[in-house]
Design a protein around this ligand. Sequence first.
Ligand code: ZN
Length: 258
Amino acid sequence: MRIGAHVDATDPLDEAALRKADAVQFFLADPQGWKAPQPRADAALLRGSEVDVYIHAPYVINLATTNNRIRIPSRKLLLGHAGAAAEVGAKGLIVHGGHVNAGDDLTVGFDNWRKAFAQVAESGGHGVPVFIENTAGGDNACARRFDNLARLWDAVGEYGVGFCLDTCHAHAGGEDLLDIVDRVKAITGRIDLIHANGSKDSFDSGRDRHDNLANGTIDPDLVVEVVRTAGAPVIVETPGGVDGQATDIAYLRDRVGR
Ligand SMILES: [Zn+2]
């Protein structure tokens, strides 16, 4: 079982060592901005490292929206990040499920997702596995509720897309963690990465505030059970810096076994 953490992008391998992590996830550019990622001096080191690397795409990306001025740059930004993620030997590029605007038909959002992958597939693919992550909030989200996730997967499943299950987002998004691995796999057929996070907010609150595993509103045994049954690598995106995340990693290792 590979377990790691979301860390600062400056020196990810040092951050991994400090946390005794088998894997790291980081951003390649400002997560709230539209800037393309720049080449990294440590690309060869990251590629050759025994630490598994995952890249989280910027939050501004929304491949579902009907707004051309967001959707088209989103495709470009994701493709740029995919190229840069491949450069550092990433095992996956994680992107949020996105949403349509109030009053828009989600059917259009799912079709926009399909078109995004169809377009890239024609020119050789992203070059790195892309994992869609479930999200916590909003009434028009593509990957908050699993009835919508099923419709999303009908649209994109044929393109070999991966899935990243975030336990905080599921809980806050109103999907019970009990048996969630089976319910996800019935839809996607796969779980490629677990984001193992506690939640500061209550079930179905729609709020996205991560907490450490032993704190917050999620029974940590449920997170342990998700990690155990999913059989996928794990990234904690929890607060508290080195200490907080090292504690969460050790917590999972102790209970899941290696
Ligand atoms: Zn996450």
